[in-house]
Ligand binder design. Structure first.
Ligand code: HEM
Length: 390
């Protein structure tokens, strides 16, 4: 049994992952939560795993004491508890809503959203950009995307502040869950009352008119859209700012690029804020990298490790925002790939560009090596980002 996720892993997972790739690529590991799982680390195995229909995301297929993923009630997991046909139907509902064309309209708002968050701050001020930018930005963006009312945006931001910022007393899991449920109910009721032509308004209308999505599926979709991807968006923004502060040459490339998507893709590859894909459960015995995985066991596909595999990427440990477009895996791949990918690329590119155009002389006020990184198991990002804006 291999122990992988030790205290230093979040800040610097790369030596461990390189060793695991070199030592066979597939390992039986203990997760930080306790239970075991198979960890797959080589690019070709991870990519094949994301496409393999013998690996299900449905936790009902789990058949051993292995790691099972989110410990939240099934009513919030409708999106993940589906078998392929229902999953495709649910994806279909969201795909159109998150299409690049639809998103283009409001992602132009990104500079305005960044500006409204940072407007109060003056040059020369010391701020924590995790607290002032990375955490509130997704709430503002999701508020626009879903069409949330003021009160619901405030509640979402309160949830994010209480769960993502360092706190003397971290909230208990049950309190967090109750808050998430309350936000889902309030946002749904508000959308129903207003009957607005927004993403959420259309989802609620589709439920009311056709029964698809069902009530549980609607709650599951909102759980996914509001909460599941919130933290990794924070991690991407904060990790990118931290990295670019130490790499003026790369920042220059980002700022002068007319199209920022490939630069963001390289930041996603290099930082891999989403360390693992969601757990997969083998529905039959199968072999990966020469290891037999038994039906019911859990497989963790390590996106971060795949993204630094030297068999796929030349100079994998180097950040090079001029790299030719590549198939990094941090937004997943195949039937479960990220539906927010256009949003993520546009938002991160615009937000970073805007931040450093307005404050080109921004500097860290501490040594980058002293910054603590959160989690490291499912995702990774800096906890704080103390800077002087300039
Ligand atoms: C930096 C930010 C993000 C990263 C790195 C990311 C990454 C991923 C990854 C790796 C998957 C595939 C999971 C798997 O195969 O188990 C995924 C799926 C998904 N993402 Fe994202 N995501 C991000 C932001 C977002 C945002 C902002 C949204 C929407 C508002 C979103 C919506 C989704 C949805 C709906 C799926 C589920 C697709 C499915 O299971 O069919 N993501 N994302």
């Amino acid at each position: 049994m291999t122990e992988v996720f030790d205290a230093g892993f979040a800040a610097d997972p790369w030596p461990t992952l390189a060793r695991l790739r070199a030592e066979g690529g597939v390992h039986r590991i203990r997760t930080p939560d306790g239970p075991s799982a198979w960890l797959v680390t080589r690019y070709r195995d991870v990519r094949a795993g994301l496409l393999d229909d013998r690996l299900s995301t449905n936790v009902r297929r789990a058949g051993t004491d292995d790691y099972r993923g989110f410990t939240v009630p099934p009513s919030l997991l409708a999106f993940l508890l589906t078998e392929p046909a229902d999953h495709a139907r649910l994806r279909g509902i969201v795909t159109g809503e998150l299409s690049p064309r639809r998103l283009a309209e409001w992602t132009r708002l990104a500079p305005t959203l960044v500006d409204s968050l940072l407007r109060e701050l003056d040059s020369g001020t010391e701020v924590d950009l995790v607290e002032q930018l990375a955490v509130p930005l997704p709430a503002a963006v999701l508020g626009e995307l879903l069409g949330l009312g003021e009160a619901e945006r405030e509640r979402l931001l309160d949830w994010a502040n209480s769960t993502l910022l360092p706190a003397a007393t971290p909230p208990r899991a049950r309190d967090t869950l109750d808050t998430m449920r309350a936000i889902i109910t309030a946002t749904t009721e508000q959308a129903r009352a207003v009957r607005a032509d927004t993403l959420l308004g259309r989802l609620v209308a589709a439920h009311d008119d056709t029964g698809s999505p069902t009530a549980d599926e609607l709650a599951g979709l909102l759980f996914y859209l509001l909460f599941v991807w919130y933290e990794v968006l924070v991690d991407l923004i904060a990790g990118s700012v931290l990295t670019l502060l130490g790499r003026p040459d790369q920042l220059h490339i980002l700022r002068t690029a007319t199209e920022k998507h490939s630069a963001v893709d390289e930041l996603l590859r290099y930082l891999s804020p989403q360390v693992l894909a969601g757990p997969r459960f083998a529905i039959t015995d199968l072999t990966i990298g020469g290891h037999t995985i038994r039906a019911g066991q859990t497989v963790l596909l390590c996106l971060a490790s795949a993204n630094r595999d030297p068999e796929t990427f030349d100079r994998p440990d180097e950040l090079d925002l001029r790299r030719a477009p590549h198939a990094q895996l941090d937004l997943g791949y195949g039937p479960h790939s990220c539906l927010g990918n256009a949003l993520v690329r546009t938002l991160a590119g615009t937000a970073l560009d805007y931040l450093f155009t307005r404050w080109p002389g921004t500097t860290l006020t501490v040594d980058a090596r002293d910054i603590a990184w959160r989690s490291g198991f499912r995702h990774r990002g800096p906890f704080t980002l103390p800077v002087e804006l300039g």
